[in-house]
Write a protein that binds this ligand. Sequence first.
Ligand SMILES: [Zn+2]
Length: 923
Amino acid sequence: MRRLFILLSSTILLFTVAALFARQQAAPALSAAGDDEEFARLVKQWTTSPEFTSPLVDHLPKMAGVPSPKDVLGYYIGEPKKLTYTAEAYNYYRTLASKSPRVKVLTLGKTDEGRDYLEVFVGSEESIRNLETYKGYLAKLADPRGVSDVEAREIIAKAKPIYQVTGGLHSAETGPPEMLMELAYRLATEDTPLIRQIRDNLIVAITPVLEPDGRDRYVDWYYRHRVDDTSEDDLNVGLPYWGKYVRHDNNRDINFSQVVTKLALSFYLDWHPPIMHELHESVPLLYTFSGQAPQNPNLDPILYGELPWFANFTMSQMAKYGMPGVWTHAYVDMWSPGYLGQLATNHNSILRMFETFGNGGATTMTRHPGRGADGIPNGEQTTREWYRPWPAPAEIEWSMRDNTNYMETGVLTEMQLASAFPKVILENFYQKSRNSIEAGKRQAPFAYVIPASQPDMTRAAWLLNILRLQGIEIGRVTSEVTLKNDTFPAGSYVVKLDQPYGRLAKILLEKQNFPDPNLRTYDDAAWTMGLMVHTDVREISDQSILDAKTEPVSKVGVAGTMNGDLGKAAVIAVMQNGSNNLITLRYRLKDLKIRAAERAFKARDVDYPAGSFLIPVAGGTGAHVQGEIERLGLTAAALASAPDVPAHDLDLPRVAIYSTWNNTQDVGWVRYAFDQFEVPFDLIYKDRVKQGNLHASYDLIIIPNQGRNSKDLVYEMTPKPEPLDYKKSQRFQDLGMYGETDDIAGGMGLKGVDELQRFVAEGGVLVTLGTASFMPPDFGLTRNIDASRTSPQFYAPGPIIAAEILLPANPIFYGYADTRIPVRYANGPLLHVPEENRGEILMKFPGGDGNVLSGLMKGAQEIRDQPAIVSVPVAKGGMILFAGNPCYRWQNYGEFNMLFNTVMNSSQIVTLMHKKPQDLSSR
Ligand SMILES: [Zn+2]
């Protein structure tokens, strides 16, 4: 180690001299004012050790008339204890753009909370003047249909890659939004050969903050609670909310549900940057992504060469500058397409990704790279490996400026490579797009078909519109299509794979065959959309599907239908076809009494399954009901009299969704779904539960999946010496959003558990999802049901597996035509129900390898015949325990209906719980 260091030190010296010389040689035209000496002095002071900087970032030019971050913000980037709010950062970029012809700012939209979402272009004056022309070149390379190879070469000769670099997706990772301001200024003003090369050969697009709402909330939190905290043990003492609904999962939003992920996607599809570089903070000191196994085999082999090409260049360059702790490989894999940055690779571009070492703010502290985020020993970070040839030291003083130096040096280095090979980047981009189209012509599958004959087309439309959102082309067949093994009716949707994003369509729609059960993956192993959405999606291996005549579809809509004469109707029957829109209808018609048929019936010769709505209409209400049915894409019939079947009233329960303070995210996904389907609820926390008298306010309390176990749920974070309040104030406007508390620590405790018990005893319904279902067994709310975990050998990173409905007549399963359904496995509890209570098990996991439908479940026999849903009668009320999570990340859309049925039929479900199970034997 020592010898290596001496060698490197002399290299630094040489390089520094070389870099200084290079700067002295620079053309003086725009840098007449020289370097900012105060910057150099302060940055040196804030950099805690000489090896934590590089000749690329130890200086900053002055340029007359062009404001540096200091000129606008009043401080240099990386000053201890300084973080910048988005409004101030935006003001900087806008001021810079107003003074420099090399910078242009676009406002792309608004966030959930009304903040601007910005994109900043930096390049040569010529590039910025001709942005639209360059945009056009990239669009042609992104979709080269109709472009010959010769024409493509001509375009490449004129084009420049857009190199997009983004920060602030994760709000506690505070460094990138600071660094990017300095980067923008440096790129616009510095006149060294390297920066000139980047400025001339690339167009840099900076996304200053990907999650602006979370950024401002975190800056508030930092100044309220963290600014003077120098202990690395408390880095995880977290702000409850980043964005409105989710925290880290804005990087797992595979269906682009959130406002900010939609904005990022639409920027990509508009501008087609061949490189998207995302900046994160976690591991020491700089990890540069190279896409380790498992890798998605659908993506182009060119990409799998490009990823380590960039990563290795950065490792060797930064080692040359004398910076330790730069590594690659053993961290994030290339399996899931659902990370935000994968929108680049999914569309034939390159994802670059860094993790640097953040302090959760700008406070300098002693850090131990061999210790993980929770203080758990993580010695591997300090050991030498082939992919980590110069690991970080075991103990360091670490500052925001150190972090800035690493990030900025790394980004400039990857830009150096891209700007040295701009034509290679463009050729590869073109070739990957071309290969994607060709792959769809030559090898099966050639297409996916979504038949128009499905009982519920609202789910099919939802799926198709998510494909459209990502730029995937969809056609509708105008007449029946006959293939070797299938016939599809007119109106069916076809996704042909001979298109630029054909590979992405295949990735999203095919079954995931995890390549090696001994590998682990950073996120989900499965996402097959048809299985997640409970929609029939057929993989087509008959090449003639490519010749099927289709009309292009820009957005899929479903018009509802109403059969029969509304004028003579006494009742409107609405088919229970599993559409999630049924609950929206219920709430939009909250002033009407609606009943649910408990058996199937025929209405105007059409089969209406159990659970179909019966809506008595009188006077003018029919037309209003019809309007809503049509808008929601539902199927209905106007009947002269109600069908002769037993029925019960649908409820409009007073719903509360319970959230802990430090695991708000999975709750956020449930909130998001309820908001989307217009189901009103109160979001409640420990303070409300401890207050008691819950049944006076609520009929139904849902505890979504959250935390690792029931102790996390009940006790939450251990209280700190000082309370950690989360409250709005004059100074901290963005705290106290979505709930307020004097202390986020402590949890509901036994007092809260007792109140939940009382709530159920008094007639309330308690619904627990996923890991929250450990709590009722662990804390004695279910006296004769126990909960345990799978063995340490078991490994199930979100596979899709089969579940078997045991009591299909239970209203929870209204709309599910089959008793065997696909569900996402969520690592919830194994629930042990005594023999005499087996009738309380509504659904089970048959288990075993044969029931893994997509992705990986290692040890699938461990869940054989384990309960998936259990209903437990208690005094006047009851509990429903879902071992799985029926409302996961806006993704398992086909399972949502089980939760919505529970809401609408809660009284009936409780009534049934208290009856003998044989009463439920048939529908
Ligand atoms: Zn991150």
